[in-house]
Design a protein around this ligand. Structure first.
Ligand code: PEP
Ligand code: MN
Length: 343
């Protein structure tokens, strides 16, 4: 249940609403959410009886009481049926042409990130990616260039006119990364790092939220809810494969989640076939399949001379493959736009 109250409801009215929630048998916790358009959404997980609900709805300061049949009201389409479009510079993520994000797994040095940026732009990508703070399974693997890497990425993006996305792993670094990055990435391993989710929710930048490799769709949407509840409406979901049993691929790409999420949430959804498969020869096909399934875009690891990549070389494609990906993705989207659509 969600109680929507006027943004200018007085403290006394808010106290009365909180009391009525307690009297109705809920936890009584008002979770103020800094929602858009003047109204303040207050979510409370519990369902209440019809009479208590009517009493609540009649209180001064209450706009309406809404039943939301899922625990992620802000991410759900119940309160917001219209699709969210996330603006990033001149790029619009959601609802338009498929947005292509490309770049190396990790920023290696100035020469290579500038070359990757130029290749990404030339192939038709819209956004440049590159990890500077890398979540590595082994503490002995390359951990990324850190702050220097973020700055190099931003300079490379600016040089070719592309916005940039990079991962932030710690709440304490969100502010610093947000001064250079156009989109803040929360990685798979951090999908349920709740202090980090709250911090990026307050950072004033769009958030690319990757699915945890063992996360259910509901857990993923609840992670998005953390960001939305901090007042940041610009969350992009990124499916990147979930752990399976077959070592032939790094993960199992869950493409079913794409049309499913279109029903469950208004947030844009993109797909990362690089981490999903771990194999560069599979990346283009699955990127195109993702667009066919309705994805709003894809994110791929790409750099010139991909076999020399400092990390994730086996799944990194080259500029030629990116060019093929871009033209095939556009063709598939155009074919879908011209076809009859199932409701
Ligand atoms: C990445 O995109 O750089 C990355 C580390 O991916 P994931 O968090 O999905 O493993
Ligand atoms: Mn990688």
């Amino acid at each position: 249940m969600v109680v929507i109250i006027h943004a200018d409801a007085s403290p006394e009215e808010r106290t009365e609403i909180a009391r009525a929630l307690v009297a109705a048998g809920t936890q009584g916790a008002l979770h103020p959410v800094h929602a858009a358009a003047g109204d303040l959404y207050v979510a409370d997980g519990a369902a209440i009886g019809a009479r208590a609900r009517a009493r609540l709805a009649a209180l001064p300061g209450v706009v309406r009481v809404v039943d939301v049949p899922v625990p992620y009201p802000l991410a759900s389409r119940t309160l917001q049926p219209a699709r969210t479009v996330v603006p990033v510079g001149n790029v619009r993520i959601g609802g338009g042409e498929p947005v292509i994000i490309a770049g190396p797994c990790a920023v290696a040095d100035e020469t290579r990130i500038f070359a990757a940026a130029e290749a990404a732009r030339a192939a038709g990508a819209h956004i440049l990616r590159g990890g500077a703070y890398k979540p590595r399974t082994s503490p002995y693997s390359f951990q990324g260039l850190g702050a220097e890497g973020v700055e190099l990425l931003a300079r490379a993006g600016a040089a070719v006119g592309l916005p940039v996305v990079t991962e932030v792993m710690e709440p304490g670094l969100v502010g610093a990364v947000a001064t250079h990055a156009d989109i803040l990435q929360v990685g798979s391993r951090n999908m349920q790092n709740f202090p980090l989710l709250r911090a990026v929710g307050r950072a004033g930048r769009p958030v690319l939220l990757k699915r945890g490799f063992a996360a259910t769709i509901e857990e993923w949407l609840l992670a998005a809810e953390y960001v939305l509840a901090e007042g940041n409406p610009h969350v992009i979901l990124c499916e990147r494969g979930i752990r399976g049993f077959d070592p032939q691929t790094r993960n199992v790409l869950d493409l079913a989640c794409v049309p499913l999420l279109a029903r469950l949430t208004h947030l844009p959804v993109i797909v990362d076939p690089s981490h999903a498969t771990g194999r560069r020869e599979l990346v283009v096909s699955l990127a195109v399949a993702a667009v066919a399934a309705g994805a709003d875009g894809v994110m791929v690891e790409m750099q010139p001379e991909p076999e020399t990549a400092i990390s994730d070389a086996a799944q990194t494609i080259g500029p030629e493959e990116l060019r093929a990906l871009v033209s095939q993705a556009r063709a598939v989207r155009a074919a879908l736009d011209g076809a009859a659509v199932l409701a």
